[in-house]
Design a protein. Structure first.
Length: 376
């Protein structure tokens, strides 16, 4: 039921519209002025009530129609003015909401004075002002909360981007250090190998024993250099400082940003650091997409099932909106994610659900071979 109203929030205005229509046929409800109904008044009341359907997209037009309808007919309804004042405060600005409230008081009070004199204004003045101010304050409160939540989302996105940049800088520094180590290995070992080779050649005839010792040392030095090179290249393939992240911390960060995330685990965590990195990146990318593109989600569920074979990772949200892009303006995030999962023999499925968006990843249980394959 909750998901239905999330998807069809525009239906919420219809009870108010119908209520305003009903008020047009009942002189005993609301702030009404005595009159005799005719078809002109019925038509004006209907147009005023239906104009509230534009409360989100065109609140200024709705205010104009409501005010005009009040001035050209014998009826005056406060509720349409309150709805439009609230809408102006929420969907335009605080100043617009104040303007709506002032117009409400001016039109309603002015019509009351014109038709009934100043004596009739005193009983309704305070309730009229209270209703106008209340509708504007509620709208301002809602708008402020929305701006606050948006600021949290922007801050979380900015922090995630900064953290990613810091990681890239750290990886760059690590690679620079590795490059320096590689230079030392190459420069030192090759220099020694060249010297040993020249020395072995020089004494090959005069001192065969020293020549053989130099050749043996040359071979050992070459093997040591190969080991050092393999070690450094392995670090380069692993991305330097790319270590598994903490999922609990990641989820809590998105919760602080306003995303209603729930994390459920089944089974013991895998020991493979490479596979842990993949799971972390999948969850991070999917939650970032939900944060950016899911509209008004009530639940974002992260399910990690390490007991299944293959391992299953699911991230499902019930927000509405367009299909989430894995990164702003491109599909590089999804491509990179798919490639990373494929290195471990896994699969990635993304798609729209009846309500929301889902990312489903399967990964085979780790073994030494698959972990080594993921490192390459």
């Amino acid at each position: 039921m909750r998901a239905f109203w999330v998807r069809h929030s525009w239906l919420g205005i219809w009870p108010i519209v119908l209520f305003c229509l009903a008020l047009g046929f009942d002189t005993g409800i609301g702030f009404r002025l005595p009159h005799t109904w005719d078809w002109w008044a019925i038509g004006v009341n209907t147009v005023v009530a239906l104009s509230l359907l534009a409360w989100r997209s065109r609140p200024w037009w709705a205010l104009l129609v409501v005010a005009a309808g009040d001035l050209v007919s014998d009826s005056a309804q406060l509720i349409p003015f309150m709805v439009v004042s609230y809408s102006l405060a929420v969907y335009r600005s605080t100043r617009a909401g104040i303007v709506g409230g002032v117009v409400t008081v001016a039109v309603m009070a002015g019509e009351n004075v014109v038709r009934n004199g100043y004596a009739a204004l005193q009983p309704v003045a305070l309730p009229l002002i209270a209703a106008a101010v209340g509708s504007v304050l509620v709208g301002v409160n809602v708008a402020t909360r929305r701006r606050y939540l948006q600021a949290l989302l922007d801050r979380a996105t900015r922090l995630a981007r900064e953290k990613e940049q810091e990681g890239q800088l750290a990886a760059g520094r690590e690679r620079a250090r590795i490059a320096r180590d590689m230079h030392d290995i190459v420069a030192h070992n090759l220099t020694m190998m060249v010297r040993l080779a020249d020395g072995a050649t020089a004494v090959a005839d005069s001192d065969p024993q020293r020549s053989r010792a130099a050749v043996d040392r040359l071979a050992n030095l070459g093997r040591e250099a190969m080991k050092d090179m393999r070690r450094l290249l392995g670090v380069l393939r692993d991305g330097g400082l790319d270590t598994p992240g903490d999922l609990e911390t990641l989820v809590e960060t998105f919760r602080i940003a306003g995303l209603p995330v729930t994390l459920r685990r089944r089974g013991a965590d895998v020991e493979s650091a490479g596979l842990q990195r993949v799971v972390f990146r999948v969850v991070q990318e999917s939650l970032t997409n939900a944060l950016r593109y899911a509209e008004q989600p009530t639940e974002v569920r992260v399910d990690l099932d390490y007991s299944a074979d293959p391992i299953r990772v699911e991230i499902i949200d019930d927000g509405r909106g367009s299909a989430p892009a894995p990164s702003v303006g491109s599909e590089q995030g999804l491509i990179a994610l798919t490639e990373r999962v494929a290195l471990y023999g896994g699969t990635v499925e993304t798609g729209r659900q009846p309500i929301g968006w889902a990312v489903r990843v399967t990964l085979p249980h780790p073994s030494k071979d698959t972990d080594e394959q993921g490192r390459r």
